[in-house]
Design a protein around this ligand. Structure first.
Ligand code: UDP
Length: 250
């Protein structure tokens, strides 16, 4: 069911963001579109929007319980979420517990290498530039963040990892890496925004050793492994087992 909403504010690859009758609230619709490799690869995956929305809602509620500020207010339908309006910082903040993906493509670090402590990589979010990896010096020149916000960003991302890594472990899942988008809310606070789902996290089944069979995230789509929705469904089933009912936004 589609909730009442105002005009479309923004449409991204996987979500649409709508205004509401309250200035400080936005409605996010999770779409079934899947994209990879800077949208060179595209598909429509039935039920992906609902699964990502439902998984994300539960993970945001976990963050909330851990006092980690985020934009989530509640669900407004199967694939709709009410969120706080924030100003998104154009960065992709990636935390890596285990080496995979671009880290292994762009360096000699082997797939599966444990990263202790976890690695924080910050990318500039711009499809036309293919989201380049930033250095601290480049980040400073870009002047997107105050020095305090730079410190807060790192601390926030680490806190999310400290919350979600053990949470997934209890569900038999290894949180390999994940991407966060951060925003600044009306009070100037840095908050976790966007989504946290198998589209934005790498999750491996801890009981499976085969390098492909263990994958339960968007890499199934990127690598043409099949069973994408089944994998997302498996993540949802496990997360739902411990977070039964996320709240509805009234
Ligand atoms: N990621 C994402 N959006 C992006 C790029 C990466 O959600 O535009 C996620 C990705 O799913 C993975 C983590 O961030 O969980 C690290 O991705 P990586 O840098 O390894 O890039 P990839 O191999 O996905 O291109």
């Amino acid at each position: 069911m589609t909730p009442d909403h105002g005009p479309l504010l923004y449409e991204g690859k996987a979500k649409r963001v709508f205004c509401t009758n309250e200035e400080e609230r936005l409605l996010v619709e999770f779409k079934n579109d899947a994209t990879a490799f800077n949208a060179l690869k595209r598909a429509e995956l039935k039920d992906k929007g609902r699964l990502n929305c439902q998984i994300s809602a539960r993970l945001f509620e976990r963050l909330e319980e851990a006092n980690i500020p985020n934009h989530y207010l509640g669900l407004s339908g199967e694939n709709w979420m009410m969120v706080k309006r924030v100003e998104i910082i154009p960065l992709e903040v990636v935390i890596r517990n285990v080496a995979a993906g671009s880290l292994c493509r762009e360096s000699p670090i082997a797939l599966g290498t444990k990263l202790i402590p976890e690695l924080l990589d910050i990318y500039y979010k711009d499809d036309t530039l293919a989201d380049p990896l930033l250095t601290e010096a480049r980040l400073e020149i870009l002047d997107l963040l105050s020095s305090q916000q730079r410190i807060d960003l790192g601390n926030l991302a680490l806190k999310v990892n400290q919350c979600l890594k053990p949470f997934f472990e209890e569900l038999g899942l290894l949180l390999v890496d994940f991407k966060l988008e951060l925003g600044v809310d009306y009070s100037g606070q840095l908050v976790v925004a966007d989504e946290i789902s198998p589209d934005t996290c790498r999750l491996w089944d801890l009981d499976i050793s085969d390098a492909n069979d263990r994958i339960l995230d968007k890499d199934r789509f990127r690598k043409d492994l099949g069973g994408v929705i089944e994998a997302y469904g498996e993540i949802f089933k496990r997360v739902q087992g411990v977070c039964t009912k996320p709240r509805n936004y009234k």
